[in-house]
Design a protein around this ligand. Structure first.
Ligand code: ADP
Length: 473
């Protein structure tokens, strides 16, 4: 996978993970809050139920004592009715412990004067959390309370029996009163413990809820911040990318403008000179003069042809994809030299090849453009005043492949050295279009190589092309 693609996927998966974290945290936060509110609401219902339990037990005790001393049947009736409240809760507790949630347990809680809307929460908390420490402790207190209620019930039955059979003595009254008071005192302790235990549990749950909320909110805030920072970084990166692309587009546009302007001019000039030559040839009778004009016409057309070839190379070089393949350098040099032999004076030049590297891995099409243009220039700018004209081609391998093309031509004066690779730069418009070295430079850049020149006016020039070796070689 390309590095850019991998980084993109990695960043995408990062964003995805963050979104999942936020989603899970929100879901957990909602669940925790929902269940905590349910637990707290059930706790409130228990405390409420306990107050009915306690009131029922106290009223039942009060009516029983009154009945003990007044023997009024109404008091007995009121006693049994009030006692049903804690007894109902007791039945519910025993049923829930034995068989879980069922109608008998629910009816018990209704008898215990719990609100019907609270029954679901009360049963749910009992069934699911009866083993959790605070509730287990509260249930234990409740059980002890129920045992005392049973005792109160037995005492009530004994008092009622004695009153019915008229055998109740003052001593019995004293004895029963003391027992009832004793039970009431014990129940008060149980009821208080029950409420305190539930209160303690509620406070603990509240603290846990606050901590859980803080943790999850922090996780959500951090994840959202990271998500936004990744998005902002990505936006900045794509903004930068667009800016770079815009700059490239401006450069390309400028190049295109220049190209169109110069191309139209350079395409016209050979046609104009051709038209002029044809006109004067029509008026000429001297056969030698006509031959001379025809030679000039041929030169004009050859120049036009060269220019069109350069334009084709330029366009192909821009568009064609780089293909790395085995390339035979000596074949490329031989082919280029033989194709360039038509250039004036080419046959007077001595070509030497010292190829320490012949077969390389690179883009054949680009290498052809590079080699052909460099040899063509070496021929075109040969110094005909020199007795011996030579062009030496060397190849060797260091960290990269190197191609050196050296000539003893006219050389390049210092003032032009910085400009020779620019588009349409040429010192002699009769010899070329000024596109050659520009195309060479583009082709070298396309294969991630490098080109340098070392030249001295009247002595000669050496062009060195560096071609990177493909990875793994
Ligand atoms: P042109 O089509 O004019 O040859 P190039 O881009 O190929 O355009 O070359 C630009 C200029 O660089 C030439 O006009 C010439 O002045 C100089 N030049 C290139 N190669 C050589 C060389 N081997 N010897 C001397 N001058 C050279």
């Amino acid at each position: 996978m390309p590095k850019g693609q991998f980084l993109k996927n990695f960043r995408l998966s990062n964003v995805f993970i963050l979104l999942i974290i936020v989603f899970i945290s929100c879901a957990l936060l909602i669940c925790i809050n929902f269940f905590t509110i349910k637990i707290l609401s059930a706790n409130r219902a228990y405390v409420n139920g306990e107050s009915h339990y306690s009131k029922g037990q106290k009223d039942a005790s009060r009516h029983l004592i009154t009945y003990l001393y007044t023997k009024e049947p109404d008091q007995w009736k009121l006693y049994t009715e009030e006692l049903k409240v804690p007894q109902g809760d007791g039945i519910a507790r025993k049923t829930l412990l034995a068989v879980g949630d069922n109608q008998v347990a629910r009816q018990g809680f209704i008898t215990g004067r719990n609100h019907k809307d609270d029954i679901d929460d009360i049963v749910w908390l009992f069934v699911n959390f009866k083993n959790i420490s605070f509730l287990a402790k509260a249930i234990h207190e409740w059980e002890e309370g129920d045992n005392l209620i049973d005792e109160l019930f037995i005492i009530g039955t004994q008092i009622n029996a004695k009153i019915k059979y008229n055998v109740l003595t003052t001593t019995d009254q004293q004895e029963f009163l003391s027992q009832i008071s004793n039970i009431s005192d014990k129940l008060t302790i149980n009821e208080r413990n029950f409420s305190n235990t539930l209160g303690e549990g509620t406070r603990k749950i509240k603290s846990l809820l606050i901590i859980a909320n803080i943790i999850f909110i922090l996780i959500i805030i951090l994840s959202v911040c990271s998500y936004y920072s990744i998005m902002v970084k990505r936006l900045l990166a794509s903004k930068k990318e667009i800016e770079i692309k815009n700059e490239d587009l401006i450069v390309v546009n400028r190049e295109l403008d220049r190209f169109v302007y110069s191309a139209s001019h350079d395409l016209r000039s050979p046609i104009t000179s051709l038209k002029g030559l044809i006109e004067i040839t029509q008026l000429e009778d001297d056969i030698d003069q006509i031959k001379d004009y025809l030679r000039l016409m041929y030169q004009s057309l050859a120049k036009q042809d060269q220019f069109l070839n350069d334009i084709i190379d330029y366009s192909k070089n821009k568009r064609k994809q780089v293909i790395i393949e085995p390339v035979n350098l000596s074949e490329l040099f031989d082919e280029a030299i033989s194709q360039l032999m038509h250039i004036e004076n080419a046959n007077k030049i001595t070509f030497t090849q010292e190829l320490l590297v012949d077969q390389i891995q690179s883009d054949g099409f680009r290498l052809k453009i590079i080699i052909s243009n460099l040899i063509s220039n070496a021929i075109k700018y040969a110094d005909t005043s020199k007795e011996e004209m030579f062009i030496t081609i060397k190849t060797y391998a260091a960290d990269d492949y190197k191609i050196e093309i050296t000539d003893n031509g006219i050389g390049i004066s210092d003032e032009f050295k910085d400009s020779i690779f620019e588009m349409y730069f040429g010192t002699n418009k009769n010899k070329g279009s000024g596109l050659g070295l520009y195309i060479v430079k583009e082709a070298v850049e396309n294969i991630k190589g490098n080109i340098s020149v070392c030249s001295e006016s009247t002595i000669g020039s050496k062009f060195t092309v560096t071609i990177p070796k493909p990875h793994g070689i």
